[in-house]
Design a protein around this ligand. Structure first.
Ligand code: S3P
Length: 172
């Protein structure tokens, strides 16, 4: 049987939300962004949650929401970049889903979110260094879960979407 959801994983700023939304509308799936979902639930932004309650609290919410997501059907689910670090999250998210990994480069990430103020983990002076280090740590984890990997560091959005749809062929 074909899997019901598409779970989009990848580094912060790789385009999980933007591309996930476009993909959903193209293949007529619904769309949900886990970070936005958490923000609605908590009535606070992710940055505010990190600031007021700490990262561990945010990570617990992420696990709760991963479980809720596993009950959805025909959804494209955009995750936060750190979701793969907890195997429990991935156990929930892998149920009934195809895992789509958007692969990027540190330079591309920096171009996308170098000036962003919303990502608490990147509010540092040595941004490029932090991006490189985190990406090095996380790449093997993204790769471990990926069922379809699409390079998103080059090309216009519409071509990336076509590549994604081709990559998902037979799975949606
Ligand atoms: C995080 C990524 C963020 C958000 C939080 C932590 C991470 O989501 O969940 O700031 O650990 O990589 P995006 O990947 O959408 O930026």
């Amino acid at each position: 049987m074909k899997n019901s959801n598409i779970v989009v994983i990848g580094f912060m700023g790789s385009g999980k939300t933007t591309l996930g939304k476009r993909l959903a509308s193209k293949i007529k799936y619904k769309f949900v962004d886990m970070d936005k979902y958490i923000e609605k639930k908590e009535k606070m932004s992710v940055a505010e949650i990190f600031e007021a309650k700490g990262e561990d609290y945010f990570r617990r919410l992420e696990t709760e929401v991963s479980e809720e997501m596993s009950k959805k059907e025909k959804y494209v689910i955009a995750t936060g970049g750190g979701v793969v670090n907890n195997p429990e999250n991935m156990k929930f998210l892998c149920e009934n889903s195809t895992i789509l990994y958007l692969k990027s480069t540190p330079e591309h990430i920096y171009r996308n979110i170098g000036k962003d103020k919303k990502r608490p983990l990147l509010q540092v002076n040595n941004k490029m260094e932090v991006i490189r280090t985190l990406m090095k740590e996380r790449t093997p984890v993204y790769e471990k879960y990926a069922q379809v990997t699409i390079n998103v560091s080059t090309g216009a959005v519409k071509y990336i979407i076509s590549r994604i749809i081709r990559g998902l062929e037979g799975k949606i």
